[in-house]
Design a protein around this ligand. Structure first.
Ligand code: 3PG
Length: 217
């Protein structure tokens, strides 16, 4: 299964801030328990590179993306560690070109119509809508839909179990990303069961969104 298919299937992407490979494993195993074989490890800690490398080596079935990629140096480190996709909070043309030549999918962040236009011009249709809640959330995505029928979004930033369904019922939303699925305290304390419970709850909400999608307009 490809990355996009997995995102469409599970409809949530855990965004993790981890300090070590051991922490990454707690999260990955919990997600696997809940049938979520995709996650994003952010480059916000010095341990991110090793965490990605370790997951790829020990849990090859897991689709591990690298997030918060701000520079080409980080992109290169992530690629060498085995990341299978990159996520950036913004749109950087140099990074778009680099990822294309390296053959790794990039999901750039966009927050405005001009940024969506720039991404589409580069042939990128799968976009992170960030920071989702702060940029108008569901209402902004609804307003973008008729203007950009080919753009598909992964809203991230301020999403949690309480507003997930509102996002997932939008036809232009593929999946939602967020740190609420990768609670730092639960990870630190090794609470795999509790993390898996959060993930199952999110998947149940995604099912609920499927049921109500047709009546959302
Ligand atoms: C990201 O890196 O995608 C966001 O910071 C996640 O936002 P959240 O913490 O509100 O989920």
């Amino acid at each position: 299964m490809g990355i996009l298919n997995m995102m469409e299937k599970v409809r949530v992407i855990p965004v993790a801030v981890v300090e070590s490979p051991a922490e990454a494993c707690v999260l990955a195993d919990a997600m696997q328990d809940a049938g979520i074989l995709i996650l994003e490890i952010t480059f916000r800690t010095p341990g991110a590179v090793e965490a990605i490398r370790h997951l790829r080596e020990t849990r090859p079935e897991m689709m591990v993306g690298a997030g918060t990629i701000l520079t080409l140096v980080q992109a290169e480190q992530a690629l060498h560690a085995g990341a299978c996709f990159m996520v950036s909070p913004g749109l950087d043309e140099e990074m778009v070109a680099w990822c294309r030549s390296a053959g790794i999918p990039l999901i750039p962040g966009v927050a405005t119509p001009s940024e969506v236009m720039a991404a589409l011009r580069h042939g990128l249709h799968v976009l992170k809508f960030f920071p989702a809640e702060a940029m108008g959330g569901v209402n902004t995505l609804k307003a973008l839909a008729p203007v950009f029928p080919h753009a598909r979004f992964i809203p991230t930033g301020g999403i949690h179990a309480g507003n997930l369904v509102d996002y997932l019922r939008l036809p232009n939303v593929i999946a939602c990303g967020g740190t609420w699925l990768a609670d730092r305290r639960l990870i630190r304390e090794g609470r795999r069961e509790d993390l898996a419970r959060l993930a199952r709850e999110a998947r149940a909400l995604a099912e609920q969104a499927k049921g109500s999608a047709a009546s959302s307009e």
